[in-house]
Structure formats: structure tokens, C-alpha cells
Write a protein that binds this ligand. Structure first.
Ligand code: ZN
Length: 177
């Protein structure tokens, strides 16, 4: 991950109470993370930081649209996402992540970079199944060209790996009929 300095919240200088921040991410943001499932995306994140005397309570509200690979045809699939999450920040001797929701920052820290959280929450906001929907006639909107190519690839793979002569006989039989 590159530094992503624009996602830093300098909490030390804030007064006790609630503070709002807005972070907009685009394709470049997801490019900066290696292995991101989200290929492209535009997400608006509203962060409400509630500074208390001894801790921080941070609410994230993400809303936007992202592109991932379809589970079936592997072509680009655009998905609208909306995801809320909460993060509690406590202070201690050393900086550590206690759970997904609680982190401890060393007393020496004076700012928090929320880029990693926005990245993780964007992925958590994705649906479990990512498949092109059907059109009004009930036909799949999956990319037919891609499906054809995938099918050919699978068949070729089967042929290259399947050296079982009985399989060849069967195929000859099918091809000749
Ligand atoms: Zn598809």
C-alpha cells in the first residue's frame, strides 16, 4: 500500500466531541492495494469521529459503486455497495489491533490513517455471490464471448490432462455420430 496521506485523521488536535470527515476514493485508491478484488470503484465515505476523554469512537458509512469479476463469466460486474462499520480506538503502551473493531494506539500516536479500513470495509460490503443478473426476458447478462472462451479452455484442459484412452474412444464415438 502506498502512503495514502490524504486519509489521515489528526485526532490529537481535535476537541472532545463529534467531528465529521469525508473521504472519496476512486480507481487509483484500489490500484494502490495489491491483490484488491475490487478492480475499480468510486466510494464516498463519511466518517464521524467521536472524541472522548480517553478513547475514540469512529463510525464509517460507505456508499458507492465498485467493479469486481463476475463469479461465472469473469467479466466486469458493477455492484452498488453500502456498508456501515464502527471502530473503537483505545490508548495503551503499544499500538496493536485487538479485534476487528478495537484497536489500541500508543500514547505517542497523534493521527490515524483510515485508508486500510476504507479498503477492508469496501470488500466487506461486497455480496457473497457476484453474478450478472438476468435481463427482463430472464436471460443471463453474463458475457457470452467470455463464457465461450472459458468453455473452450476447460475442454482443452480436460483433453490435455485426460490421457485415459477410454475417454478418447468415447469422444471419437461422439464425434463420428
Ligand atoms: Zn457474468
Amino acid at each position: 500500500m502506498k502512503s495514502n496521506r490524504q486519509f489521515v485523521i489528526p485526532f490529537k488536535g481535535l476537541k472532545v466531541g463529534k467531528h465529521d470527515f469525508v473521504f472519496d476514493v476512486d480507481d487509483k485508491f484500489f490500484d494502490s492495494f495489491e491483490g484488491s478484488e475490487i478492480q475499480k470503484g468510486t466510494i464516498n465515505t463519511i466518517v464521524i469521529l467521536d472524541k472522548k476523554p480517553s478513547m475514540l469512537e469512529i463510525d464509517f458509512h460507505l456508499k458507492g459503486s465498485v467493479s469486481v469479476a463476475c463469479d461465472v463469466c469473469l467479466d466486469e460486474l458493477e455492484i452498488n455497495i453500502e456498508y456501515d462499520s464502527k471502530l473503537f480506538v483505545r490508548f495503551g503502551e503499544i499500538t496493536e489491533e485487538q479485534t476487528d473493531e478495537i484497536i489500541v494506539l500508543s500514547h505517542a500516536e497523534h493521527e490515524l490513517n483510515v485508508a486500510q479500513y476504507i479498503y477492508e470495509y469496501s470488500h466487506l460490503g461486497l455480496p457473497y455471490k457476484r453474478i450478472h443478473s438476468n435481463d427482463k426476458k430472464g436471460k443471463s447478462k453474463c458475457n457470452k464471448e467470455m463464457l465461450k472462451k472459458l468453455d473452450e479452455y476447460l475442454v482443452r484442459n480436460e483433453q490435455e490432462q485426460g490421457n485415459d484412452p477410454r475417454w478418447d474412444d468415447l469422444k471419437n464415438l461422439l464425434n463420428n455420430n
